[in-house]
Design a protein around this ligand. Structure first.
Ligand SMILES: [Zn+2]
Length: 339
């Protein structure tokens, strides 16, 4: 497989924008210690910095590349990090260090694919918030707002934000709460800002005129947030009580089902688990790993298994294999997709 560097990977270099006239020289090659793959090295003629084929790859500077696909599959299959390390006979650190890199990659590549398909779409969208926590269920609850397109189950955006501590009953818990508040700032409710970020992602991507349909439950803050984001634009905001019967005819079925799938795929979201989130930042990385796989790799359903939600919604014409999704780093992944 011949590879041509599309641009200089140094972001500060004038040649960092992909161009057919990118000027570089070959400066030899080496075989990687971990898998023997031969890596070509280059030097940029503009900034004189060295780089290699490997610089463009998602497994850049990671050892054990042979485990990558299986670790990714474990991340979307409710397997805890400790158990993943155990069954793959590796260290927990090997598993954990991939979370931030792959989460960030998923978020970025999703944004690139959305930008490439911008302003052509309409549909019926739905938002709801899953509740979970970091470290302590009662003292550190979190909200996870998720925005989807209902028909295709395409996840447009996901966020996580702190919620205030719950009411504490026992003196011991009250004591822990006070200690926590002394050590950190008091937990404020970040739900509104996180929900707003979801609707802003929709506004940036959807067609610019015409009515958008948005289905939510009856939470009181949603209409105001929608007005803040969309201004006077025509919206059909349909609300359903979250207490209504949760069958397939319920307008919230698609989002309820998506949240249930998240809880069934992401180990950190499982209820009553030892694998719960310890930090919000890592939870968000883990969510983006799942969302990327859900949108671009997995089929819409068990029956429509060759069609991804991204294909169904017209965001991306082709299905990504997991290997392809994990091959190139996000800034170059679209450009190098077929290499
Ligand atoms: Zn350069």
């Amino acid at each position: 497989m011949s590879f041509t560097p599309p641009s200089c990977p140094n972001p500060a270099c004038a040649a960092s924008n992909p161009s057919a006239t990118f000027d570089f020289v070959h400066i030899g090659s080496y075989a990687r210690k971990c898998d023997g793959r031969v890596v070509q090295r280059y030097r940029c003629s503009t900034c004189d910095r060295g780089f290699s084929d490997q610089t463009f790859r998602l497994d850049y500077r990671l050892r054990r590349p042979e485990l990558d696909q299986r670790i990714y599959e474990a991340f979307v299959s409710k397997v805890s990090h400790r158990q993943t390390a155990r069954i793959l006979h590796t260290k927990r650190r090997t598993v954990e260090r991939r979370i931030a890199r792959w989460g960030e990659h998923g978020r970025l590549l999703h944004a690139l694919l959305l930008a490439a398909s911008k302003a052509r779409h309409t549909g019926s969208f739905s938002l709801d918030e899953a509740e979970t926590f970091e470290t302590d269920r009662r003292l550190c609850p979190l909200t996870v707002p998720v925005l989807i397109e209902r028909e295709t189950r395409f996840v447009l955006h996901v966020e996580s934000a702190p919620l205030p501590a719950r009411k504490v009953g026992t003196p011991a818990l009250r004591q822990r709460k006070l200690e926590r508040e002394k050590a950190n700032d008091r937990r404020r409710n970040g739900s509104r800002a996180a929900v707003k970020a979801c609707f802003e992602a929709l506004k940036a991507w959807a067609i610019e005129s015409g009515a958008l349909e948005i289905v939510t439950d009856k939470k009181r803050t949603y209409p105001a947030v929608l007005r803040e984001v969309f201004g006077k634009r025509e919206l059909r905001h349909a609300v359903t009580s979250s207490k209504a019967v949760r069958d397939t005819r319920n307008p919230l079925f698609a989002i309820n089902h998506t949240l249930a799938m998240l809880r069934d795929g992401v180990s950190r979201l499982v209820r009553r688990t030892w694998a719960h989130a310890k930090t919000r930042a890592r939870l968000l990385h883990h969510l983006w790993i799942y969302v990327a796989w859900r949108n671009y790799v997995r089929g819409v359903s068990n029956i429509r298994k060759h069609e991804t939600p991204a294909m169904a919604l017209g965001v991306d014409p082709e299905r990504w294999t997991l290997a392809a999704w994990m091959r190139w780093r996000a800034p170059w992944a679209l450009l190098l997709r077929n290499q």
